[in-house]
Design a binder for this molecule. Sequence first.
Ligand code: ADP
Ligand code: MG
Length: 696
Amino acid sequence: MRPEILFPFFAETLSLTGVGGRTAANLEKIIGGRILDIFWHLPVGIIDRSKRPHLSDIKHEQIVTLEVKIDRHDIPPSRSKAPYKIWCSDDTGVICLTFFHARADYLLKEMPEGSMRLISGKAEIFNGALQMNHPDYMVSLARQDEIPMIQPLYPLTAGISAKLMSKITAGSLKKARILPEWIDPNFLKKQQWLSWYDALQMVHAPKNEEGILPSFHARRRLAYDEFLANQLAMEIMRQKLKKKKGRSFKPKGILKAKILKDLPYELTNAQKRSLQEIELDMAEEAAMMRLLQGDVGSGKTVVALLAMINALETGVQAAIIAPTEILARQHLESITALCKNTSLEVEILTGRNKGKKREAILERLISGKIDILIGTHALIQKDVIYKDLGMAVIDEQHRFGVEQRLALSAKANGIAMDVLAMTATPIPRTLTLTIYGDMDFSKLDEKPAGRKAIDTRVISLQKLNDVVLGAGRAIKQNKQIYWVCPLVEESEKLDLAAAEERFLHLEALFGDKLGLIHGKMKAKDKDAVMEKFSAGEILILIATTVIEVGVNVPNATIMIIEHAERFGLSQLHQLRGRVGRADEQSTCLLLYGHLGSKNATSRLKIMRETDDGFIIAEEDLKLRGAGELLGVRQSGMPDFKVASLEDHGDLIGIARDDARLILNKDPELASKRGKALKTLLYLFERDEGVKYLKSG
Ligand code: ADP
Ligand code: MG
């Protein structure tokens, strides 16, 4: 249950005075519909009204506050489109205030001729004369306190003026309450941070430019709070899983030796090291929760298999779950090949298996005949029952939700199961902590020997014709090509139009050996196209950016990316990773249209210079925000409201250590600080784990 003290924070903005249905709806669309959402909507700048020049001092457009005499109203004839003008002056000059759609009676009453007024707004020079359109403030000298000298500037949303936004924020901040402190007092003192309440008030009342920087102390406090909530939530899940009694796997290693003997290659050092880390975990009684990170092609599959073998040899079953049908089938293929000289039974179960066939698989599963079951979400359906599931591999773990992961764990007959998660998306450490904070990490940071580097070239789109001709020559030699079409803003519709246009263009030249794949297609249709490409029936696959992570078509050796300057680094890296999967030399052509920004140029340069996913990920985080790093639409990235990994990344490791320490000392969060931390979890809406605390 949410603590009562937070109730007002979760009230609708509609409950604020001055916020009507339409405003509330506009807020809801962009910022969120609750008071709390307004708390986290921080200013991006300040409006400084403290400059009070004489009229003759104003030489260019600027925000000013002016003390002037109202000389004369110029009222436009009714129905005229001309603006309403009020002429004002001081000892040094004249300024004209202009109003469109003004109400004469109102202006005449507020600004009587002959009176003195304080006016604040943006002064401009128009045709050599001073003017101000719609001043923000017009008050008598007696009321000058009503003009805020420094005003926070919020990112605005349609239908909400700056003035209204200030009012909404002020109203919301009045609902804030002093909360019990959840930060360790010593740490708080060392950082010289304010309380949560004071920090919140302060970030909304910047006194100068420094006050809106991410490095401003009050913002760092709130960012730390958010990281702490995030890390604590993960740690609760981790402890829940760790608490359960698990199995200690200490196999003799006979089966493993057999598979190793048949391997056509030597494991890389990174593979050996990761496997060792995994084996140490598996020997422990506590459940393993380890993430294996490694670029595409770094050889995760064989590591996953050898890990499973350790469990299998003791007589239990293992499962691999993958986010898509295609990935599941690829795992089936590689695993079957690696196990060919063993008596292990490897089977696949996906949404495609229905009726009798599915029943037969389920029967062999429950009787223990199947040793390794590979599949999609189908693996966690209720009626999928294992004889004795001892270990699971989760591929592209961030594509699965907490509930799904728990559902899989629940298949293990009440015993905590060893879990190995894998991801082919190398991400910086800070990000790893926020997404996979509940896990331990192993890294495959070394490519198998003998891989040829992909020949990466950066080419102007003006040479498109040459590229097309080159593609024509390549398909004559039966080479296969991925052709990725540009991102057009954030619209899938426009992406699609661009891809379709290129498809028609190339089809006219090369005939029927073309395929088109895009995000709007049904999963089944996508699979069908991918399978054709995989089988070599399609030679040029034109795609929006939907090409699945991990898809393996070794014969595809050319990757062409149009308007590569529009893609993020990690995205380019992922796309390039589709090729270079066979002995043959692969090529990646990065076609650029317009290198508008320095960032775009740096990105393409980095792509040409390095092939190391971890370096690329770090660079990407520097160049772009973390939110974009994984692709905006990709799930798994917690959505931080105040904290930013680029700006506050140094705090996340501290939050992680803090969270672990707290839960070790106070696993039920029952102490005074523990209770405050529970409030923190609710405040940042990371409370899904609270129910797992006994005192929950
Ligand atoms: P990932 O899943 O990490 O993208 P895979 O496990 O699919 O990579 O491996 C990519 C390719 O590299 C496979 O064809 C695999 O057989 C091969 N491979 C894996 N490990 C090695 C190694 N140590 N030496 C040579 N080739 C390897
Ligand atoms: Mg274990």
